[in-house]
Design a protein around this ligand. Structure first.
Ligand code: PEP
Ligand code: MG
Length: 551
C-alpha cells in the first residue's frame, strides 16, 4: 500500500485511474526548414484533424443545445480551409522557408488583426474565432491535447501544480478528482475545484510520482490522504465513506425548495459562487437562491486575448437569464497575484498580492474597465444584475468606480441601448483598510460582500498561496471575526446588507457566529448550498453568541 498525505480542498472521496496533466507551453518559434513539401503535408494532416474535431463538436452541440452553437463550429470548420487563410500560410512557407507552426501563427495573427480593425462590431468579434481556429490547428500540429487530458475514461488528474487558467481549461467531464504536489487550499485552483464540486488534495509534495500513472488512486478529501493499492481494511473504510457520502447526498436533496430560515424565523440568503456561465447548472441543481459572486476574471483567464464587450455581454446575459430573475452579483475583473493573464502584460512584481491587481488595474486602464462596465450594464436589462468592485481600500476608489458607471450609463442612454439604471453597486470588503473605512464606504454603496480569503491573508500577513504556513493561516482568528463584526455593524448602521463570499461562508462551525453578527447573505460553492441550508434550518438565531470573537 502506498499512502500520501496532503491538504484537503473540498470534502469527498473518490477513486479512479491516475493520469498526469499534459502540459505544453504551446510556444511557437521560427525555424528554417528545407523540406517545404513535408511542412505542407503536415499542414494538410492538421487541417483534416481540425475539421474532423470541429464537425464532431458541431454534431454534439446540435444534439445537446441546438443549431445556434453548432453553426459556430461549422463556421470554424469552414475557416480551417478558407482559401485566403491557407494561401497566406502557403506563401509564408514558400517565401520564408519556415516551419509550418510559425506560418500558421503568422497567418492567424494577420487575419485576426484585420478583423479586429474593421468598423463593424460583429466583424470585430470574428477576430476571436480566427484565433480559436488558429489555436486548434497549432495544437494539432504540436500534438497538444485540448483540456490537458487524452483519455477516454474519467481520471484522477495529477499535476505538479495547476494554474487557475489551466484548471479552467480542463475537460471537466473527464475528471473525478485532482491531486497536486504543490498548491495551497486557499488558492484559486482549490476554489475552482470546490466550485466544480470535485474532490481534490493539494500539497502532496514529492510523494506523488509520475511513475504512478495508470494506477487506481483512492482519494479522501476529508483526511487529505491519497492511497494506491490499499490493504483490505483501508479499502473497506473507503467503501463505507463512499456509501455514507451517497446517503448524505440523497438526504440533502430533501433541502431543495426549502427556505433558508432558522427555527426562530431569521432569514439568511444562501447564494453561490461561480466562475463561468457553465457553473449556473450547478447553482440550479443545488437550488442556490442567487449568485453572490461571479468571478468575471475567469472569462479573461480562459481567453487568449481581451474578451470583447459583446463576448462579455453574452456571458453575463446568459447567466442573468439562466438564473431566472434571481440576483447575480458580478465582480469586476480581479486579476493579478495568482491570476495572471499573459495578454495584460503586467509587470513582474516582488509581491503581486499587494501589487497592481483587481480594481487598481481597472482604474489605471479605463478602456478595459469601460468595456466591462458597458457589458455589465447591457446585461442588466436581462435580469437582476449587481456590480461588485474587488480590493477596495479607499473612498476615492469607490467614487471613481461610480463615476465610471455613470459615464457608461450616459453612453448607453445616448446610444439607445437598454440597461437598468437602478443596478445595485457593492464592494468587496477584503482589505483591513476597507474594514476601518467601512462606515464611510457603506454610505456610497448598496451592499458589502466580505472576501474572507484575502481579508485573512492581509489581516494576518499570511500569503494565501503559501503551503507551509499551517496554523498561522487561521481564518478563525478572532481578528478576522472581529473585522467581520465591524463591517457588519457599519453596514447595518448605514442601512445596507452584508454578505460573505469568501470560503469561510461555507464553514458550518462559524454559522452561529455569522447569525449572531446578523450577516444577511452567505455565498458558497454550489455543492455547499444544501448542507448550509440544513444547518441554518436547525439553528436558533437568538441563542447564537459572539464568544469566538473573544480570542
Ligand atoms: C476573497 O478574497 O475572499 C474572495 C472571495 O475573492 P477571491 O478568492 O477571488 O480573491
Ligand atoms: Mg479576494
Amino acid at each position: 500500500m502506498i499512502l500520501m498525505q496532503g491538504k484537503c480542498v473540498p470534502k469527498g472521496v473518490t477513486s479512479g485511474p491516475l493520469y498526469f496533466f499534459r502540459r505544453s507551453s504551446g510556444e511557437v518559434t521560427q525555424r528554417t526548414v528545407a523540406d517545404i513539401e513535408g511542412e505542407k503535408a503536415r499542414l494538410e494532416r492538421a487541417q483534416a484533424q481540425s475539421v474532423e474535431q470541429l464537425e464532431a463538436l458541431a454534431e454534439k452541440c446540435r444534439a445537446e443545445s441546438g443549431d445556434e452553437s453548432a453553426v459556430l463550429f461549422e463556421t470554424h470548420a469552414m475557416f480551417v480551409e478558407d482559401e485566403d487563410y491557407v494561401d497566406c500560410i502557403l506563401s509564408a512557407l514558400e517565401e520564408e522557408h519556415c516551419n509550418v507552426e510559425y506560418a500558421v501563427r503568422q497567418a492567424g495573427e494577420q487575419f485576426a488583426a484585420m478583423f479586429a480593425a474593421m468598423d463593424d462590431e460583429y466583424m470585430q468579434a470574428r477576430a476571436a474565432d480566427i484565433r480559436d481556429v488558429t489555436r486548434r490547428i497549432l495544437n494539432n500540429l504540436m500534438g497538444i491535447v485540448e483540456g490537458g487530458i487524452d483519455s477516454e475514461e474519467p481520471v484522477i488528474l495529477a499535476a505538479d501544480d495547476l494554474a487557475p487558467s489551466e484548471t479552467l481549461q480542463l475537460d471537466k467531464s473527464k475528471i473525478l478528482g485532482f491531486i497536486t504536489q504543490g498548491g495551497s487550499g486557499n488558492s484559486h485552483t482549490a476554489i475552482l475545484a470546490r466550485t466544480m464540486g470535485i474532490p481534490a488534495i493539494c500539497g502532496l509534495g514529492d510523494a506523488l510520482k509520475q511513475g504512478y500513472e495508470g494506477r487506481t488512486a483512492y482519494i479522501d478529501g476529508e483526511t487529505g490522504k491519497v492511497c494506491l493499492e490499499p490493504d483490505e481494511l483501508t479499502l473497506q473504510s473507503f467503501r463505507e465513506k463512499l456509501a455514507k457520502q451517497e446517503q448524505m447526498r440523497e438526504l440533502m436533496q430533501t433541502m431543495r425548495g426549502q427556505e433558508d430560515v432558522t427555527l426562530d424565523g431569521r432569514h439568511i440568503k444562501v447564494y453561490c459562487n461561480i466562475g463561468s456561465p457553465e457553473d449556473v447548472s450547478a447553482v440550479l441543481a443545488n437550488d442556490g437562491q442567487g449568485i453572490g459572486l461571479f468571478r468575471s476574471e475567469f472569462l479573461y483567464l480562459a481567453a487568449s486575448d481581451y474578451p470583447t464587450e459583446e463576448e462579455q455581454f453574452q456571458a453575463y446575459k446568459s447567466v442573468a437569464e439562466a438564473i431566472g430573475g434571481k440576483r447575480v452579483i458580478i465582480r469586476t475583473l480581479d486579476i493579478g497575484a495568482d491570476k495572471q493573464v499573459d495578454y495584460f502584460h503586467l509587470t513582474k512584481e516582488e509581491n503581486p498580492a499587494m501589487g497592481l491587481r483587481a480594481i487598481r488595474i481597472c482604474l489605471n486602464r479605463p478602456e478595459v474597465f469601460r468595456t466591462q462596465l458597458r457589458a455589465l450594464y447591457r446585461a442588466s436589462a436581462y435580469g437582476k444584475v449587481a456590480i461588485m468592485f474587488p480590493m477596495i481600500t479607499s473612498v476615492w476608489e469607490v467614487k471613481e468606480c461610480k463615476r465610471a458607471c455613470k459615464s457608461v450609463m450616459a453612453e448607453l442612454t445616448k446610444e439607445g441601448i437598454p440597461f437598468n439604471p437602478e443596478t445595485e453597486i457593492g464592494i468587496m470588503v477584503e482589505t483591513p483598510a476597507s474594514v476601518f473605512m467601512a462606515r464611510d464606504l457603506a454610505k456610497l454603496v448598496d451592499f458589502f460582500s466580505v472576501g474572507t480569503n484575502d481579508l485573512t491573508q492581509y489581516t494576518l500577513a499570511c500569503d494565501r498561496q503559501c503551503n507551509d504556513l499551517g496554523k498561522f493561516f487561521d481564518p478563525h482568528h478572532p481578528a478576522i471575526l472581529r473585522a467581520l463584526k465591524m463591517a457588519a455593524d457599519a453596514a447595518h448602521a448605514e442601512g445596507i446588507w452584508i454578505g460573505i463570499c469568501g470560503e469561510l461562508g461555507a464553514d458550518l462551525s462559524l454559522l452561529p457566529t455569522f447569525l449572531a453578527m446578523g450577516i444577511d447573505e452567505l455565498s458558497v460553492s454550489p455543492a455547499s448550498v444544501l448542507p448550509l441550508r440544513a444547518a441554518i434550518r436547525r439553528s436558533i438565531a437568538q441563542t447564537c453568541t459572539l464568544e469566538l470573537l473573544e480570542g
